[in-house]
Design a protein around this ligand. Structure first.
Ligand code: UDP
Length: 314
């Protein structure tokens, strides 16, 4: 008897979604990748299009989702996720976090599927506690420009817990911290793709604000490893997955300039509204219950990411 599972990945043509498609296909499972391609790209999954275990469906999950046949797992990753994307698509971002999550949960109920929600460190807002444990409730401005993403994901967590408690749906919630790697878009707008493509094109490196704000960057292979372990666990409460190696944005820019041997100079640009001043995951819970922690050092992950950006430029 085959142990193959059938997995629906919403946002499967996106950065993290496409790495999840790779992971489940490598384990000989069957994957339905659903994406409306507003920020996802066919290029990210082109290598699977001829695989009989893979099916791409172009669909906006904020509309009713119709899938025939069994589904064992639903991984709900559809959403714009970069600040410039969710500022460009504020209403689709709110809709996919609310209506899209509702539709995906309804499908999970109908199919008896296990459901994993991609939540975010943005639920902590501009945190007053650093590092952030899962027990921290956050400091979010609901009506600021980032509120469209933060509140959509907070709602998504709330409705997922309600389906778990009320309908006894088997759910998981991951709070994903800053992640980077191959298949981020050049025009994505986040710090790492911006800095690498600026350095590659001999343009100045744009540091927002003083550059003293901090982030903690996780390489994508570590992240998907943690996501898989969480899905296989029995943990229903939100779980942080990220790399606790915290650094200032200025230090990140310096590391990228050095790794690339770049002559680009740093220029300072205004800090976006409500930009969190610090961010670092407390991963004690993931370490304990998933026996997971990130393995890839920043320089190693950045080198792979730089090679990717060079390859798409050719
Ligand atoms: N940032 C920057 N220059 C850029 C892009 C981003 O200095 O070209 C800063 C941004 O203001 C934030 C940090 O880098 O403090 C991380 O931003 P990103 O958009 O990558 O993700 P966020 O953590 O804000 O969701």
């Amino acid at each position: 008897m085959s142990n193959a599972k059938r997995v629906l990945i919403t946002g499967g043509a996106g950065f993290i979604g496409s790495h999840l498609c790779d992971l489940f296909l490598a384990k000989d499972h069957r994957v339905i990748c659903m994406d409306n391609l507003i920020t996802g790209k066919i290029e990210n999954i082109r290598h699977h299009l001829k695989n009989k275990n893979f099916k791409f469906v172009k669909h906006n999950v904020s509309e009713y989702i119709d899938v025939r046949g069994k589904i064992d797992y639903i991984l709900h990753f559809a959403s714009p996720a970069s600040p410039i994307d969710y500022l460009k698509y504020p209403i689709p971002t709110l809709k996919v976090g609310s209506l899209g999550t509702h539709n995906a949960l309804g499908l999970a109920m109908a199919k008896g599927a296990r459901f994993l929600l991609a939540s975010t460190s943005e639920v902590y807002g501009d945190p007053l506690v650093n590092p952030q444990p899962e027990s921290y409730w956050g400091n979010v401005n609901p009506v600021g420009p980032r509120g469209v993403y933060d509140e959509a994901k907070r709602f998504a967590e709330a409705i997922t817990m309600a389906y778990h408690r009320y309908h006894k749906l088997d759910t998981r919630i991951v709070r994903i911290f800053n992640t980077y790697g191959e298949r981020m878009r050049e025009e994505d707008g986040r710090a790492i793709p911006n800095f690498i493509s600026q350095a590659l094109n001999d343009r100045p490196i744009t540091v927002y604000g003083s550059g003293k704000q901090t982030r903690s960057f996780c390489y994508v292979s570590d992240l998907v490893d943690g996501l898989y372990k969480l899905l296989m666990s029995k943990e229903n409460d939100p779980t942080n997955i990220g790399n606790p190696n915290e650094m200032s944005l200025l230090a990140l820019a310096g590391t990228i300039i050095k790794l690339m041997g770049s002559k680009s100079k740093i220029v300072y640009r205004p800090l976006p509204v409500d930009d969190p001043k610090v961010r670092r995951p407390n991963i004690a819970k993931a370490r304990k219950i998933l026996k997971w922690e990130p393995k890839i050092r920043l320089e190693e992950g950045l080198s792979k990411t730089i090679e990717y950006f060079k390859s798409i430029k050719e």
